[in-house]
Design a protein around this ligand. Sequence first.
Ligand SMILES: Cc1cc2nc3c(=O)[nH]c(=O)nc-3n(C[C@H](O)[C@H](O)[C@H](O)COP(=O)(O)O)c2cc1C
Length: 203
Amino acid sequence: MSHLLHIDSSARGTDSLTRQIGARYVAAWHRQNPEGTAAYRDVALDVPDLVSADWITGVFAPAEHHTSRTRAAVDASAALIGEVEAADVLVLGVPVYNFSVPAAFKAWIDQICMAGRTFAYDENGPRGLLAAKKAVVVRASGSDFGDPAFAAMDFHAPYLRGVLGFIGITDVEFISVSGQTPEQVEAGLAEADRAIAASLKAL
Ligand SMILES: Cc1cc2nc3c(=O)[nH]c(=O)nc-3n(C[C@H](O)[C@H](O)[C@H](O)COP(=O)(O)O)c2cc1C
């Protein structure tokens, strides 16, 4: 039985394209996996903790330096990691904000990247500890980053591919929509529906 984790991070509500497309993906996934289970987290509403001195001590310092605060910081992180570990498929709704990801989503990434838990270093360098997961990033932007004028400013897709790969999630697919006018949005949603169907066919 497959399990899906759906994350939203847009600061917008029902107008959000990443929220709409992510919800469509999850609904279609449920139709294809009637026995499948799903969990949902909205990091825009429930913003993960930022990395703190307590978190750093709890993750990196020897046990004699740990306190109830460092343990609480690490436990909060571990709970988010547990949600990722439990999932076979991640659907990540991530708008482009200022050429990268929303700060709330970055906070989630910072919480799930934990040495010894989701990545480790050995004699061959870094090794991702999460395996056998597919991530579908639902991305929305005002600009078309296929346009050479903007391509060099795309710190969103390369960052997400890089950091997800770092923790072992190397199967990363993007469903992208761009534009601002109602016509562009309508065309983007129609294209996203086609991309969802193709993605699920290949899953
Ligand atoms: C704070 C903020 C920053 C943004 N920065 C960018 C940007 O750097 N590049 C871009 O193409 N679009 C940018 N946009 C436009 C959004 O990516 C676009 O509106 C997208 O649809 C937002 O996702 P959502 O519809 O899921 O909320 C920005 C929007 C906001 C609100």
